[in-house]
Design a protein around this ligand. Structure first.
Ligand code: IMP
Ligand code: MG
Length: 178
């Protein structure tokens, strides 16, 4: 499909299923090599990362665990500012190599809050793996060792990502048409 309509918006094909799969294969090979013997734990962020996490995990060639979390964000009134509650994490992270698996990093604020929350659980290290990054929108300094695609600041949908809750099941990634 070259274009799709979701609710009131028209979207056009941006990254095909085969481009996505090929890039994930390459990233998973790199991660498998670099994380070999570390028994990494993927912490995949719902909802958006569910498709990416499934494909990424199946391309890993070193033993890898996975856990899915949800974030309940609210504005904290403490001196630490914004805080995130992590829902669904039952694993003991102490001493582990944790890889946060995210669909997209836009301003980077959600990721920063998540890292701060996970740090309190004393992992040995935390690495970021993102399907998509919008470098032009980043408001914080983030080290993103594993990024599949750097994209412009346009709104995208598909492959797990939604537009107002729709479009997550699309096999390709689409960008909004102005
Ligand atoms: P950040 O805190 O600004 O990095 O926000 C990241 C979150 O915003 C992602 O987890 C998505 O839920 C959402 N988001 C940002 N850009 C897009 C997009 O282009 N399409 C769909 N969701 C997006
Ligand atoms: Mg997300």
């Amino acid at each position: 499909m070259e274009t799709v309509r979701i609710l009131d918006r028209q979207f056009r094909l941006y990254l095909s299923e085969s481009e996505i799969q090929s890039r994930i294969h390459t990233i998973a090979q790199q991660m498998s090599k670099e994380l070999e013997g570390k028994n990494p734990l993927f912490v995949a962020v719902l909802n958006g990362a569910f498709v990416f996490a499934a494909d990424l995990l199946r391309e890993m060639t070193t033993p890898t665990e996975i856990s899915f979390i949800k974030i309940a964000s609210y504005q904290g009134t403490t001196s630490t500012g914004n805080v995130s509650d992590i829902i669904g994490l039952n694993e003991d992270l102490s001493g582990r190599t944790v890889v946060i698996v995210e669909d997209i990093i836009d301003s980077g604020l959600s990721m920063t809050h998540l890292i701060n929350s996970l740090r309190r659980l004393n992992p040995a290290e935390i690495k970021i793996c993102a399907l998509l990054v919008k470098p032009g929108n980043l408001k914080v300094d983030l080290d993103i060792p594993y990024c599949c695609f750097r994209i412009p600041n346009d709104f995208i949908v598909g492959y797990g990502l939604d537009y107002d809750r729709y479009g997550r099941g699309l096999r390709d990634i689409y960008v909004v048409e102005e």
